[in-house]
Design a protein around this ligand. Structure first.
Ligand code: AMP
Ligand code: MG
Length: 437
């Protein structure tokens, strides 16, 4: 990146790649097991024991010597002497000698010399003809040797890496980590994101806007997006459009230890002068016009060593800009390898006309119909209409140059509330029939 004050035209992909090149996974921290949910493991986790730790029964039944029941059938059952009973959590040292069986419950350790479990259902257990009172059991089926036995280490072997570094921790990983005794887990730190809304017209949520003023929506929406993406947001006080105030706010963010700055407003052609001046004097910044709608003006650069993403002021643009540029960066900073949201193909039900030669991200609500998804407009698409974002499940991607979108057109929809898969190998926009998104 070089110091420039010209406005550079970028595609969404170019802008995102440039941003991703400038961020990397940070330090890690140890957290209690359950707090690792949604985080990325920063250090290989090895199994301290075999899982399961001992051979055990997969069924309620009888532990037997498999070779002895090879001839068992309904008409010609094998009769065995019951020598012991073992529940889960129990233990029997009594060996299963020829002609004997141990009554065993699911999860109980296999007794010595038994290699097979015959489920109750394949014996006279509980049936009128049961020999239970005589301490015997009839086996009605020649279940194969080894059946219904879970071998020690069948799932995980002691010493092996069971959850590698880079793994996104979901519920199943939590379970596996519990199994191998990982009471705490080393995960990548949550990036600290300092959020700075700029604008002389802004007042805070608990204030009554005077004439010409509006409430600061972006600071809150962006903070919520940061939280949802696993970051730790700090909302700096609103910055008035003066150099001095912007400088002060940036310093506050730096003192707090921000890993990323997220600003909104002040980067559009009309009024970016102050923000631009400050950003240029403090760091290496580029001002982009990204070929997208909404959210054309975007700034990106490094301020005192900290990356800064400057989003447009219009609330929808600020949110879409975060979704396309901020979120992938935050995920990468947490060690995530996948940042692409799932993309579905949907049939548009509305009509759009646009002269813009930019890719459009259109707010839609999707609905599943038999074999297809439908995409409905959520309303007025002005970049200030934040309620249409509220009702959106996804952003329908209208390619550059497509000026008319009609009912029946099938287009990709980037799903805003569906989690991205852990790795980009899994479900990428390219596979969904897009060369981009
Ligand atoms: P700007 O990019 O600063 O020119 O702002 C573009 C539009 O977004 C203007 O209508 C601003 O009033 C509005 N805007 C800027 N910042 C915010 C904010 N934090 N919350 C709500 N609207 C904003
Ligand atoms: Mg402004």
């Amino acid at each position: 990146m070089h110091h420039t004050d010209t406005i550079v035209l970028r595609s969404v992909e170019e802008a995102r790649d440039e941003i991703l090149r400038h961020v990397r996974a940070g330090a890690s921290e140890a957290v209690p097991l359950l707090a690792a949910l949604g985080r990325v493991v920063a250090q290989d986790v090895r199994a301290d024991i075999d899982v399961p730790p001992f051979a055990n029964s997969a069924m309620d039944g009888y532990a037997v010597r498999g070779a002895e029941i090879d001839s068992a059938s309904l008409t010609n059952p094998v009769v065995l002497q019951i020598i012991a009973e073992v529940p889960a959590g129990g233990m029997t040292e009594v060996p299963v000698a020829p002609g004997t069986a141990v009554r065993i419950m699911t999860g109980a350790p296999m007794p010595p010399q038994a290699d097979t479990v015959v489920p109750f259902e394949e014996t006279d257990e509980g049936r009128p003809e049961s020999l239970h009172t005589q301490g015997q059991v009839r086996v009605y089926k020649a279940v194969p040797t080894g059946a219904s036995v879970r071998a020690a280490g069948e799932d995980v072997q002691a010493g092996t890496v069971v959850v590698p570094r880079g793994t996104l921790v979901r519920a199943a990983e939590i379970g596996v980590l519990a199994t191998v005794g990982a009471a705490t887990v080393e995960v990548y730190r949550r990036p600290k994101v300092a959020i700075l809304a700029t604008g002389d017209e802004l007042v805070d949520v608990d204030e009554q806007p005077a004439a010409g003023q509006i409430r600061n929506a972006n600071g809150y929406a962006n903070a919520a997006q940061v939280l949802a993406a696993g970051g730790e947001p700090l909302q700096l006080p609103i910055a008035r459009d003066t150099e001095a105030e912007l400088m002060t706010r940036l310093d506050e963010g730096l003192r707090w230890g921000a890993d990323l700055f997220l600003t909104s407003g002040g980067v559009s052609v009309g009024d970016y002068d102050v923000v631009k001046k400050v950003l240029l004097s403090r760091g290496e910044m580029e001002f982009w016009r990204v070929k997208m709608k909404p959210g054309k003006p975007v700034a990106f650069g490094i301020i005192d060593g900290v990356p800064l993403l400057g989003l447009p002021g219009n609330p929808v643009s600020a949110m879409v800009g975060f979704e396309l540029f901020g979120r992938p960066a935050l995920l990468k900073m947490q060690g995530r390898e996948g940042w692409a949201r799932p993309v579905i193909q949907a049939t548009f039900t509305g009509r759009l006309t646009d002269r813009a030669d930019r890719r459009q991200y259109v707010r839609v609500r999707v609905e599943q119909r038999a074999e297809e998804w439908l995409a409905h407009l959520t309303g007025e698409q002005g970049s200030g209409v934040l309620t249409s974002m509220m009702h959106a499940d996804g952003l329908m991607i209208v390619p550059e140059g497509m000026t008319e979108v009609e009912p029946g057109n099938v287009l990709p929809v980037l799903m805003l509330h569906w989690p991205e898969l852990p790795s980009d190998q899994s479900y990428t926009a390219a596979e969904a029939g897009l060369d981009c998104c």
